[in-house]
Write a protein that binds this ligand. Structure first.
Ligand code: 1PR
Length: 552
């Protein structure tokens, strides 16, 4: 019988991915939801994962009575591993939640990253530097690990020396010009700010080393020099799967031209079928995709119950794919066919519990932004962006924007922000704004994409997935003007999407814009290029990417 590993479940977020990673390594997992569960005292190896806001998580630990059993576990010398906000809980407190005290094992406060020079949250793959002459728990400074957070234990040299003197082993991570604790350990306590369960094989090795009690490992013979470009993050490549039911009722990956996913009439007019969602997702993970996104493109017609196949897709994909998974389509308040109201927070919860790390909101984000402006540039707390972000953290809420170019002769013709375009309109118009659309491009609104991005950031979104209907499926490269336009609107990360047709287009978007990630769909589905070919090309032109060379 396999050994059971216990995970504290303060009900603050998705633990499915961590369970999947531990189970993939051959262990059984048991979630502990109740601090009085006798199994908790008997647990040998304990995980303390946390996502979302610091106050939310730490308060749950205290109110649900987990503080004492955690302290008893640590005092008994039994191994415990904190992940993300689980690491943060070991500190005194956080600037995020003034007055909320942490477990105070590490005498330091967490601070917010400076968003004036870089995107915040930090979302992406960063390295770490081990302080001292040996590594701990298989952390490898040549590997990349997945981070997603706005607050961190930002440290000075002096604080590092003090913590070392107190017996803490440290691995430090640099994001832009700020350096923070990426991993920390002392005696039986170990914690990582990054998500090992979302860091490919490199991350699984860290979990494995913890579970096997393999504390100290030699550092690699050669430690690659850190490349400070792009604030230390690799160029993030995302594979996107537009999923829908075809005319035979099967769930397929499809791909449109400017959002039209049906073959031409003379070819039968069927929904284009490019493969099975889980198989393709696995293929792209194996090829080195840094993230996989599933968009249920006709979800606005369905109820969450009838969306069950998408939940199943996620559950299956999350079992063997250890990079972040995003799911979009139908994240909104819905009414089931039997009349039951299901709030968006619950719909999102279904996806998180099935293994999604982020949800992406399209149509309903436009509704929320319109309401925000009508309400004097304020949210009222009721939009799905606000409710999901409050419960699961801003990093879990992606806004999927489906914009279309609108040409004008004079910026005065619209209340939306325009740009002077290098590609004038059909009548020589020199200015353009981007109209947002809803319901998969079927309806166009008079809200600009720039305005949508700003409103949704203010409401608590953590990332923008920036599509472009004019470019979708065109293989002609990204709309660089649109990407720069939206990047100038927000400080949250932006994912460039629509138009990628060859590896050179990825290089172009990273070189000519400050996009935080680039997404491709059709060129991968049609087997024209693989994700690793894109990464090889980026490496050739001097853009760093993540390559997971580890083996378990
Ligand atoms: O409005 O919250 O229910 O979400 C619906 C989601 O489905 C939105 O994220 C919306 O972008 C997406 N969607 C709806 N209809 C379509 C369609 O194609 N008919 N697809 C659609 C969006 C855009 C990208 C695509 C890139 C890259 N597809 O996901 O993968 O454009 O393509 P390329 O690299 O081949 O050019 P809601």
């Amino acid at each position: 019988m396999s050994e059971v590993v216990h995970i504290i479940d303060a009900e603050s977020g998705n633990l499915r991915s961590l369970q999947n990673a531990i189970e993939f390594l051959g262990y059984e997992t048991k979630l502990i939801k109740d601090a009085t569960d006798p199994e908790l005292a008997k647990a040998t190896k304990l995980f303390l994962p946390g996502v979302g806001s610091y106050a939310h998580f730490v308060k749950l630990l205290f109110t649900k009575g987990f503080e004492k059993p955690i302290r008893d576990h640590i005092a008994a010398g039994k191994p415990i591993m904190g992940v993300c906000v689980g690491l943060q809980a070991l500190f005194n407190g956080s600037e995020e939640s003034p007055g909320v005290e942490g477990l105070k094992y590490i005498d330091l406060e967490l601070k917010k990253f400076d968003a004036t020079t870089k995107s915040v949250p930090e979302i992406g793959w960063n390295t770490l530097e081990i302080v001292g002459d040996q590594s701990f728990y298989d952390l490898n400074p040549n590997n990349r690990y997945y981070y997603v957070h706005s607050y961190a234990a930002i440290v000075t040299d002096e604080q590092v020396r003090t913590l070392e003197a107190e017996g803490w082993e440290l691995a430090l991570t640099q994001y832009g010009d700020e350096r923070f604790i990426g991993a920390v350990s002392r005696d039986n306590v170990f914690a990582t700010q990054f998500h090992p369960e979302k860091s490919g094989i490199a991350g699984l090795k860290v979990i494995k080393a913890f579970l096997e009690g393999k504390k100290h490992t030699p550092l690699p013979d050669v430690i690659q020099k850190r490349d400070p470009s792009n604030n230390g993050l690799t160029r993030r490549i995302i594979a996107c799967l537009d999923v829908r039911t075809n005319d035979n009722g099967d769930l397929v990956v499809t791909k449109g031209d400017q959002y039209d996913v049906r073959e031409k009439d003379e070819q039968g007019g069927d929904v284009r079928n490019l493969g099975k969602p889980v198989e393709l997702a696995q293929k792209y993970y194996d090829q080195g995709a840094d993230e996989v996104t599933f968009l249920n493109i006709t979800s606005f017609r369905n109820s969450p119950i009838r969306d069950a196949p998408m939940l199943e897709v996620l559950k299956r994909a999350a079992r063997t794919i250890f990079v972040p998974l995003t799911v979009g389509g139908g994240i909104k308040d819905v009414v089931d066919p039997d009349g039951t109201k299901v709030p968006a927070l619950e719909v999102a919860g279904l996806y998180f519990r099935s293994g999604a790390d982020k949800v992406s909101i399209g149509t309903d984000a436009v509704n929320a932004a319109l309401k925000y402006y009508a309400n004097g540039n304020k949210g009222d707390g009721s939009s799905p962006i606000e409710t999901i972000s409050k419960a699961y953290g801003a990093q879990a809420v992606v806004i999927s924007v489906d914009p279309k170019r609108v040409y004008v002769k004079d910026p005065q013709e619209t209340k939306n922000k325009t740009i002077k375009t290098s590609f004038p309109g059909p009548n020589g118009e020199e200015f353009v704004w981007y109209a947002t659309t809803v319901k998969g491009g079927r309806e166009t609104t008079d809200l600009g994409a720039y305005e949508l991005a700003q409103a949704t950031e203010a409401l608590g979104a953590g990332e923008i997935l920036l599509n472009c209907i004019d470019k979708d499926g065109s293989n002609s490269g990204y709309d660089l003007e649109l990407i720069n336009h939206i990047k100038s609107a927000v400080s949250i990360p932006v994912i460039a999407s629509s138009g990628a047709g060859k590896p050179e287009h990825f290089a172009e978007v990273f070189e000519k814009t400050t996009t935080d990630a680039a997404l491709g769909a059709g060129m991968f589905h049609r087997n024209e290029y693989t994700v690793d070919q894109v990464k090889l090309h980026l490496a050739d032109v001097g853009l760093q990417t993540r390559i997971d060379r580890e083996q378990l």
